[in-house]
Design a protein around this ligand. Structure first.
Ligand code: CP3
Length: 346
């Protein structure tokens, strides 16, 4: 068999085929909870330096595969490389999260370039090629980008905020400028995903981490519509491209997202009720999720109980086991091992 014909369980689920043992990976699986990641991280100045150093980025992409045998590897990069490639200043200061120059004035939006500088992102596509050479044939390789709305929230505020109020306010008070910012991000994100797919990822995920702070009409306008256009642009260039959508915290807007956005699978955050997930979401599309990162952090019987409930509800259909958001940096390795054993029945 060639590498292309080897069975990749996670890729199969994206085609709607249930696997007897659900494939499993963790959002943010390459990260600070891993001592081997910390060791590499200490050798570079910042997360962005790590993203733009292909040998090291490939190494940290592969670390969780080697240690845990996950069914997917996720490219080591960040959603904020897009503002960086649009010429905005992006910094990750230790312990503070990202710092960008705030983009909260229509004149600043008007001065954005129409396209990303692909030369800036070239090292990331290089990382994809390096990972591809080393990845076991049954592991699905995932690329990603942020949802246009989520990337816009960081660009407008210049940082993480508890409810992304600066971007919500800018969207209400300067809708034309905000709309232009979203348009630029849709095109930039599409180009970024298309290049990742061309370089060799098997599928991509759109992380709309801040979808849940939007009022219902705004959700339609700034999450659903831009994601529809992003998906359509990617599929125009790469017909049949496999895409996972993750509108975190969408709540009662989730069903509209599922009905209107043509992604291949839906990432469920940890608040989504399991019977609803099975009856209303999984009936329409394969699902991924939705263990509470704090249940994994806690371990013990609470972790087992949470896993069992998820498996009972969702493993009867096309399903990818994952967290409902990224793994927390203080999660013990032993809890990840406990989880894998429970999910895989070993
Ligand atoms: O295994 C992986 O998933 C690694 C690749 C990856 C990173 N960021 C590397 C990273 C992915 C998929 C992301 C996505 C990302 N980045 C999101 C969407 C998913 C989510 O968690 O909500 C968001 C909102 C960002 C923006 C971002 N990057 C923030 C807010 C921060 C600081 C807070 C934090 O989580 O640490 C980052 C930094 C960052 N990006 C780190 C990593 C491993 C940690 C910093 C470090 O190693 O020093």
């Amino acid at each position: 068999m060639t590498a292309e014909t080897v069975h990749k369980p996670l890729r199969q689920v994206l085609d709607g085929r249930r696997q007897a043992i659900p494939p499993v990976w963790l959002m943010r699986q390459a990260g600070r909870y891993l001592p081997e990641y910390q060791a590499v991280r200490r050798t570079v100045g910042s997360v962005l330096d790590l993203c733009f150093t292909p040998k090291l980025a490939a190494e940290v992409t592969l670390q969780p595969i080697r240690r845990f045998g996950f069914d997917a590897a996720i490219l080591f990069s960040d959603i904020l490389v897009i503002p960086h490639a649009l010429g905005r200043s992006v910094r990750f200061n230790k312990g503070e999260g990202p710092q960008l120059e705030p983009l909260n004035d229509p004149r600043l939006v008007a001065s954005l370039p129409g396209e990303i500088d692909q030369a800036v992102l070239a090292p990331i596509y290089n990382t994809v090629e390096l990972v591809k050479l080393a990845l076991p044939a049954d592991v699905t390789f995932l690329g990603f980008c942020g949802g246009p709305w989520t990337v816009a929230t960081y660009m407008v505020a210049g940082q993480s905020t508890p409810d992304q109020a600066p971007a919500r306010l800018f969207a209400y008070s300067q809708p034309d400028a905000f709309s232009r910012l979203i348009d630029v991000l849709v095109e930039a994100s599409a180009d970024y995903l298309i290049r990742q797919l061309a370089a060799g990822v098997d599928a991509v995920q759109i992380f709309d981490t801040w979808a849940g702070v939007l009022a219902a009409d705004e959700f339609e306008r700034w999450c659903i519509a831009p994601t529809q256009r992003l998906v359509a642009s990617v599929r125009r260039a790469v017909p049949g491209a496999k895409i996972i959508g993750f509108p975190r915290g969408a709540g009662s807007n989730l069903l509209r997202y599922v009905e209107q956005v043509a992604v291949d699978a839906i990432g469920l955050d940890w608040t989504v009720q399991l019977d609803f997930a099975r009856e209303e979401i999984q009936r329409r599309r394969p699902v991924q999720g939705n263990l509470d990162p704090l249940a994994l952090r806690a371990g013990g019987p609470a972790l087992d109980r949470s896993i069992d409930a998820i498996m009972t509800a969702l493993a009867g259909g096309p399903f990818i086991f994952n967290l409902g958001h990224g793994i927390l940096p203080d999660t013990p390795i032993a809890h990840v091992e406990q989880m894998l054993k429970r999910v895989r029945g070993g």
